[in-house]
Design a protein around this ligand. Structure first.
Ligand code: NAP
Length: 210
């Protein structure tokens, strides 16, 4: 499948692109700047320039799947979080529907399914992710949502603890998150499912198969 990676220049996004390159799928990196595009082209990756705050409809032409891994980042406030993590994601899902995208994989965050329980200074972020996730669930798209714990830059282990709801918090390397998102593209039985994920003992494929 041609897979549009939204947020491809991010720390998780770059790993998603690298993982996709090792599969039969073709990644297309959606980035905001032409300099970012150059770096991907050097790796032999197709790119498209697109900004979630502008019109990015052109990015969906010829795409079959999307992985949404963009976010405004921890340094921004509620305004940008709502514009990118919530409204940007919602616009992307609308475009995905319009273009008949077959599979839509969302990088969310642990706690997004229960935003009211989050710490007060974090609630706006959890609600933004929550609203995007709920929109996707109601969209009619074939989707999976992944809600990881705290992201680290440790080397991936390929092993996770993954459940519809985990009653614990934890960390997980970005590399394992990227591998799980890519696996979700084609793992049977994951359509319409949402998962919390942290580091664990189970190989990603086994965790998704159960
Ligand atoms: P990251 O490095 O900040 O990557 C976010 C990407 O989103 C960047 O490439 C950025 O583009 C892109 N982006 C921002 N605004 C955009 C816009 N208007 N249009 C298009 N792209 C835009 O974040 P990360 O570490 O990869 O994490 C990815 C996501 O995981 C986070 O956003 C967060 O929602 C989620 N998450 C994070 C944690 C955590 O512990 N940090 C835990 C759970 C979930 P530029 O490269 O051009 O800036």
């Amino acid at each position: 499948m041609n897979v549009l990676v939204i947020g491809a220049n991010g720390q998780v996004g770059r790993k998603i692109v690298q993982k996709l390159q090792q599969t039969e799928h073709e990644p297309v990196a959606m980035v905001r700047e032409s300099d970012q595009a150059k770096a991907f082209k050097k790796m032999g990756v197709k790119t498209v320039i697109g900004d979630l705050e502008k019109d990015f409809e052109h990015a969906f032409i010829d795409m079959e799947a999307i992985i949404f891994a963009a976010g405004s980042g921890g340094h921004t406030g509620a305004d940008k979080t709502i514009l990118i993590d919530q409204e940007g994601a919602i616009k992307a899902m609308d475009r995905a529907k319009h273009f008949g995208i077959k599979r839509c994989i969302m990088l969310s965050t642990i706690g997004a399914d229960r935003p009211d329980l989050g710490p007060d200074d974090f609630k706006y972020y959890l609600y933004a992710k929550h609203r995007a996730d709920e929109y996707l669930k109601a969209s009619g798209l074939s989707y999976s949502i992944l809600r990881p714990g705290s992201l680290t830059d440790e080397e991936g282990t390929g092993k996770v603890k993954l459940q519809e709801h985990l009653n614990e918090f934890g960390e997980i390397p970005r590399e394992d998150v990227a591998a799980t998102l890519v696996a979700l593209l084609t793992t049977e039985g994951t359509n319409g499912k949402s998962y919390d994920v942290i580091s664990g003992e189970q190989p990603i494929e086994d965790a998704l198969a159960n």
